[in-house]
Design a protein around this ligand. Structure first.
Ligand SMILES: Nc1ncnc2c1ncn2[C@@H]1O[C@H](COP(=O)(O)OP(=O)(O)OP(=O)(O)O)[C@@H](O)[C@H]1O
Ligand SMILES: [Mg+2]
Length: 493
């Protein structure tokens, strides 16, 4: 599972927290500076309008002040209350008009009339030689001195409430706070959404990688985000493809090597078998050969000495038999000689004859009719004679085994498409289809223990393949089997 693990916060959680903090800080700074700005603008606007109001009012009362028309001044002062037109709805808290001595000539607060106003604000306002604005907490005090002929004739002062301004500032603060909260909520929702997406895709990636590590290399990720995550997913899948390909290649190579190993092992076992058979044959040939030579000499002496026609006839028959035995012994000696492994031009038909010569005395050949159709135009093939002889012997022995109750073995040689074809067709028990698939495997045999080792065909297959040839099998159960060996005329070993 993706998410928290034993090392604390996950990479994803750290990223989200970092981005969240940065986002909140940016939003706060933005809102804070917006509030400050708004505050400044509102204050400036307030000062400007306050000054404007006071100037307008000062213009209205300058004339009555210079003429000391107190009644007119007082009338203007009364009108300059909260309803005053010139204040543009500004909240005028107080109006004070002072004469050149600092005494109040008229005021919205009647109790101040004729009094000399003390206190820092009042003194500053009165003593100023030009317009002055003073921030006095909840009120802005604007004072405009009135001059005539270069002499200060008095001061017009308006106290304007800052309530409106504070209201505006408060409103802007509230707005900024709402904006901040809104932005943070939106940010959190977006963050959660992104987190879900990232979490989902990351889980997908990690789980896929884990399944691949467990050996299932068919796993792929499916990320459709249209961003770097998708690009990463594509790269991941490509890597998985390569991994799978390499794995399959490796498996293929291992299988191939194993097959080669089994084949060479089978070849070795078979060669050993043939070698011990050879030793046996050599011993046998020696044991039979010597007494036979003696018998043959005696028969020849007797033939010369005896006069009786009947006995001469019998001695001739005996001589015939001795010749046959001698031939068999010669073939056995041939078979038992050390295996020759050099390449040389070989006439396939001769090899077939040799194989048949060796095997015709096998007791299994007794009930079997042998037929050969040999093409005498066959070119010589460059081969290792003994190896091909082994192959032929195995085909013939297999056919004998398949025809225990008798039958016909037909051996045909022909030239087809630049290849010499040797066909061994028997009328034996045949090979079922499911068995056909296995007969070239080393150690596969259907014969009883001691009779077959299951190496013949696998070794033959390897040898024929070495010479660039092929072996094909066709069979119908109960009717027989046909093995066709094809050897290319131009053999490249
Ligand atoms: N002509 C055939 N007719 C029927 N079955 C055959 C024939 N040739 C081969 N087979 C089948 O193929 C199997 C494998 O043959 P292969 O020559 O490899 O081994 P084997 O004859 O059993 O033993 P080995 O040849 O090592 O003594 C045989 O056991 C037999 O079942
Ligand atoms: Mg065999």
């Amino acid at each position: 599972m993706v998410g928290s693990h034993k090392f604390g916060l996950s990479l994803r959680q750290k990223a989200i927290l970092g981005i969240g903090f940065t986002y909140a800080a940016i939003v706060s700074i933005f809102a804070f500076s917006a509030v400050l700005n708004e505050q400044k603008i509102v204050k400036e606007e307030m000062m400007n309008t306050s000054m404007g109001c006071t100037r307008l009012f000062a213009k209205m009362v300058t004339e009555p002040l210079l003429q000391k028309d107190i009644q007119a001044i007082q009338m203007h002062v009364r009108q300059a209350g909260p309803m005053a037109k010139f204040s543009h709805g500004r909240n005028v808290s107080y109006v004070i008009i002072q004469d050149e001595t600092g005494h109040v000539v008229a005021s919205s607060g009647e109790e101040k009339i004729k009094k000399y106003l003390r206190g820092e604000i009042n003194l500053k306002a009165f003593s100023a030689d030009s317009e002055i604005i003073q921030d006095v907490g909840s009120v802005v005090d604007v004072a405009i001195p009135i001059f005539a002929n270069g002499e200060k004739k008095g001061v017009v002062r308006l106290g304007i409430s800052t309530k409106d301004m504070e209201k505006k500032i408060l409103q802007s603060r509230r707005w900024a706070l709402q904006f901040m909260l809104g932005a943070i909520v939106l940010g959190a929702v977006l963050g959660l959404f992104v987190d879900r997406k990232v979490k989902g895709n990351l889980s997908n990636l990690i789980e896929t990688a884990a399944r691949m590590a467990d050996g299932d290399l068919n796993q792929r990720v499916n990320i459709k985000t249209g961003d770097e995550m998708e690009a990463f997913g594509i790269a991941f899948n490509k890597m998985a493809d390569k991994l799978q390909e390499a794995h399959e290649n490796l498996e293929h190579k291992v299988a191939e090597r194993t097959r080669q190993l089994r084949e060479s092992q089978a070849q070795l076992v078979h060669q050993e078998k043939m070698a011990s058979l050879g030793v046996l044959a050599a011993g046998l040939a020696h044991e039979i050969g010597n007494p036979l030579t003696s018998i043959s000499s005696v028969v020849q002496i007797l033939q010369r000495k005896v006069q009786d026609k009947k006995i001469i006839q019998q001695l001739q028959l005996l001589n015939e038999h001795i010749r046959r035995i001698s031939k068999t012994v010669r073939e056995l000696v041939d078979f038992s000689r050390p295996t020759k492994s050099e390449l040389r031009p070989v006439q396939i038909n001769d090899l077939i004859r040799t194989a048949l010569g060796i095997l015709k005395y096998d007791k299994r050949a007794k009930n079997i009719k042998l037929e050969t159709h040999l093409d005498h135009q066959l070119p010589r093939l460059t081969l290792i004679e003994d190896q091909i002889l082994q192959v032929f012997i195995n085909f013939i022995l297999n056919a004998f085994d398949a025809m225990e109750q008798g039958g016909t073995l037909t051996i045909t040689t022909s030239l087809e498409n630049e290849s010499v074809c040797i066909c061994f067709q028997d009328t034996g028990v045949g090979i079922p289809e499911d068995v056909q698939k296995k007969i070239f495997e080393p150690f596969f045999t259907t014969k009883p223990v001691g009779k077959g080792s299951g190496l013949g065909l696998s070794v033959s297959y390897g040898l024929i393949q070495n010479f660039g040839g092929t072996i094909e099998v066709e069979s119908t159960v109960g009717k027989g089997a046909k093995f066709t060996v094809s050897l290319p005329v131009r053999t490249e070993v």
